[in-house]
Write a protein that binds this ligand. Structure first.
Ligand code: ADP
Ligand code: TYD
Length: 203
């Protein structure tokens, strides 16, 4: 089973991905925890290119190519081999993030994102957990981490608000695989909700 976590910056995806993989491993499931952009050595190199530096370093069109190149490498070298070996793959962000961040942030490029996706990736997760969150709170959490990978956070609150609305409408568009989880609750409460949702899908 291929599970992705999506949501705005600071919504708690990485935290929940880790707690979910710990819980599944404790239940005896062979689990691979991975992330995008990244998740394979080549894709991690692309990660530094896209997440560091000035917000205007790349156009949205160039980003579609870079994120899709990273995803193709990640899929070939990490995700598909793990799924073939019968493992559960938990991925912190996947193609839905490109549909949002590159598809909606600077004009409507969703058709280009989808075209390149079907040409080069052609695979969706079996289950996508949308960790939904108030954008101001999410951005405050994300900024609190004080890292160097702040290129998208530096686009500001208005972008995060559009991303939240976009993710919620994506959840309606792909209602069969999306589940919306309220991220504005204590970590353990969110984690219990996430685990119950995944167990229902695995059953
Ligand atoms: P994301 O991967 O979505 O950007 P993280 O999991 O990195 O989010 O969380 C962002 C920050 O918020 C981290 O400092 C994390 O410890 C904190 N955090 C995560 N979940 C919660 C929660 N439910 N309540 C309060 N703080 C949280
Ligand atoms: P991530 O490390 O998940 O950041 P955060 O923990 O702040 O949510 O992702 C880094 C950034 O990369 C995030 O701001 C969204 C962006 N991103 C895209 O723009 N397109 C993509 O396809 C992916 C996977 C991420």
């Amino acid at each position: 089973m291929f599970i992705s976590l999506e949501g705005i910056d600071g919504s708690g995806k990485s935290t929940q991905a880790r707690l979910l993989s710990d819980a599944l491993r404790a239940m005896g499931r062979d689990t691979v925890l991975t992330r995008e952009p990244g998740g394979s050595p080549g894709a991690e190199e692309i990660r530094a290119l896209v997440l560091e530096g000035d917000p205007d370093r790349w156009s949205a069109e160039t980003e579609i190519l870079l994120f899709t190149a990273a995803r193709r490498d990640h899929l070939e070298r990490t995700i598909l081999p793990a799924l073939a070996a019968g493992k559960v793959v938990i991925c912190d962000r996947f193609a839905d993030s490109t549909r949002m961040y590159q598809g909606l942030s600077r004009g409507d490029l969703r058709a280009q994102v989808d075209a390149l996706h079907s040409l080069m990736i052609g695979r969706e997760p079996d289950l996508t957990l949308l960790i939904d969150m108030d954008p101001a709170k999410g951005l405050a959490r994300a900024k609190g981490r004080n890292g160097t990978e702040e290129r998208f956070e530096d686009f500001g609150l208005e972008l995060q608000e559009r991303m939240r609305a976009g993710f919620l409408s994506l959840a309606e568009e792909f209602a069969d695989r999306f589940r919306v989880i309220d991220g504005d609750r204590p970590q353990e409460v969110v984690a219990a909700d996430v685990l119950a949702t995944v167990q229902a899908a695995l059953a």
